[in-house]
Design a binder for this molecule. Structure first.
Ligand code: HEM
Length: 116
């Protein structure tokens, strides 16, 4: 069970890596939203929800932290959705939306690691 949980954590981290990696590439490039960001977010969400259930562990999960991380991810999803629609219409993403996606993704990783 524990090895399976670690495998799901690996998928979760891969989702984070894809989302944040794709964002960093764009931060140094065109500053556009790409499909990779959305795919990374979906991967992090699905694996994160699986990890939010208490299986394969012998300690208590911090549900306050998980709730905050979930709320932050919903905001990231809304920004990616609205920003991608704007991008289709006008050809660019409002800068505040673009930067918020990177900042909030980094914030969620920081919450995961620093809030015990
Ligand atoms: C962009 C969104 C997210 C990012 C960047 C992110 C990042 C991370 C990182 C870096 C870890 C590893 C921390 C460690 O093992 O020390 C982690 C673990 C975890 N994440 Fe996320 N996460 C995100 C969204 C979510 C969501 C939405 C949930 C579920 C509500 C979630 C639930 C978890 C759980 C349960 C763990 C394992 C913690 C444990 O077992 O102690 N994550 N996350």
């Amino acid at each position: 069970m524990e090895i399976l949980r670690h495998a799901v954590l690996l998928v979760h981290l891969t989702g984070f890596a894809v989302l944040f990696g794709a964002w960093v590439v764009e931060a140094f490039g065109q500053r556009r939203f790409t499909r990779l960001m959305t795919w990374g977010m979906v991967l992090a969400l699905v694996a994160g929800l699986a990890l939010a259930a208490p299986w394969g562990i012998s300690y208590e999960l911090n549900y306050t932290k998980l709730g905050v991380k979930f709320a932050v991810l919903i905001v990231i999803g809304a920004l990616l959705g609205i920003g991608t629609a704007r991008q289709r219409k006008t050809g660019s993403v409002p800068p505040v939306m673009f930067w918020l996606v990177g900042i909030l993704t980094f914030l969620n990783a920081a919450l995961a690691v620093l809030w015990r």
